[in-house]
Design a protein around this ligand. Structure first.
Ligand code: SF4
Length: 325
């Protein structure tokens, strides 16, 4: 069986996906990055090889996420693309008419605006926690409610309270105030979901031309309360795709499939053995001129396979060990 591998490696999670030649999702993996992106990808590859269908052959590989460049060279990826492109491609594969993608993860959030299958605008927020999953996790812990129950509680609310404040800190103090006033738990939870959506729309969604159909992706999309709050704020339905947690990885796999078909060449994927080899990365400051670039180097089995970070090409243009295949 031939499959295309996608890896979406961020600071919090590392997601892997395999899609077949038709673009159908075969399997996905969601792992914690824990500050070790390469090791976690290697561990994920071992799991895919062991648990995947027998005789699985990788016909193409793609990487995305903040560690895409590092993971891309380690895998021998055919394509390395940013998260905006990967999320957009995955959503378009499911719904060619999609016009807006919301993505909310644990630590960051983005909005992507598409028209006729093309990304025309986007925004990312990596600074303010008030529009991300960590805001909800924190408030859930404060209320003593498991985050998994948040969605059901929010949907059971009769009179959602309005929790004021544009940022997490003010929202929290207002939430405590509402608790002291004796509001029901489900009304407070629903109010928190609405506060997150309001923060998201006022922050990352500010000035964006949001139009349906909307796809809602990322780990937070599992929370039915947030989807409800989006639909209430926007006045139209919001779709949560089945694989909402790993859409970036699916997008990277689809991009690899496209690149291989377009360029009619064999994959540069290094093979399953890449999960067994020793990979190290490090950086040094070049003192060749006042730019003082920080040059990153990656070693695989003791050989340098990539260098980047130099502005002039002095290091990046040096020969490196070529990927196998
Ligand atoms: S890598 Fe090139 S541009 Fe950067 S400090 Fe060295 S010589 Fe200067």
């Amino acid at each position: 069986l031939e499959a295309y591998l996608g890896a979406d490696v961020g600071s919090v999670s590392t997601n892997l996906a395999l899609v077949d030649g038709e673009g159908q999702v075969l399997t996905t993996l969601y792992l914690r990055t824990q500050g070790k992106p390469v090791q976690v990808v290697q561990e994920g590859l071992r799991t895919l090889e062991e648990e995947g269908p027998p005789g699985l052959r990788i016909a193409g590989a793609g990487s995305t996420g903040s560690a895409r460049q590092l993971v891309g060279v380690v895998l021998g990826a055919d394509v390395v693309k940013n998260e905006i492109t990967a999320h957009a491609v995955a959503a378009l594969h499911l719904a060619p008419d999609v016009r807006t993608v919301f993505e909310i993860g644990g630590q960051d959030s983005k909005v992507i605006i598409l028209r006729n299958g093309v990304v025309v605008d986007f925004a990312m927020n990596t600074v303010c926690a008030a529009g991300t999953g960590s805001f909800l996790d924190h408030q859930a812990a404060r209320l003593g409610v498991p985050i998994e129950r948040f969605g059901d509680l929010a949907l059971a609310a009769a009179n959602p309270v309005r929790i004021a404040g544009r940022c997490g800190v003010f929202a929290e103090s207002d939430m405590i105030h509402k608790q002291q006033e004796g509001h029901r738990l489900e009304d407070i939870v629903a109010g928190l979901c609405e506060a997150l959506v309001r923060n998201y729309l006022n922050n990352v969604g500010k000035g964006k031309d949001l139009r349906p159909p909307v796809y809602f992706q990322g780990g937070v999309a599992a929370n039915a309360g947030i989807r409800w709050a989006f639909e209430r704020a926007l006045g139209y339905p919001v779709t949560v795709p089945e694989h909402h947690k790993v859409m970036g990885a699916i997008g990277a796999a689809l991009l690899a499939r496209e690149a291989i078909a377009r360029e009619r060449r064999p994959t540069s994927f290094r093979g399953w053995t890449v999960s067994e080899v020793e990979c190290l990365s490090g950086s040094f400051e070049c003192r060749g001129c006042p730019n003082r670039c920080e040059v990153v180097q990656v070693w695989l089995s003791g050989e340098i396979i990539a260098r980047w970070g130099d502005r002039c090409g002095k290091w990046g243009n040096l020969p490196v060990a070529r990927p196998a295949g």
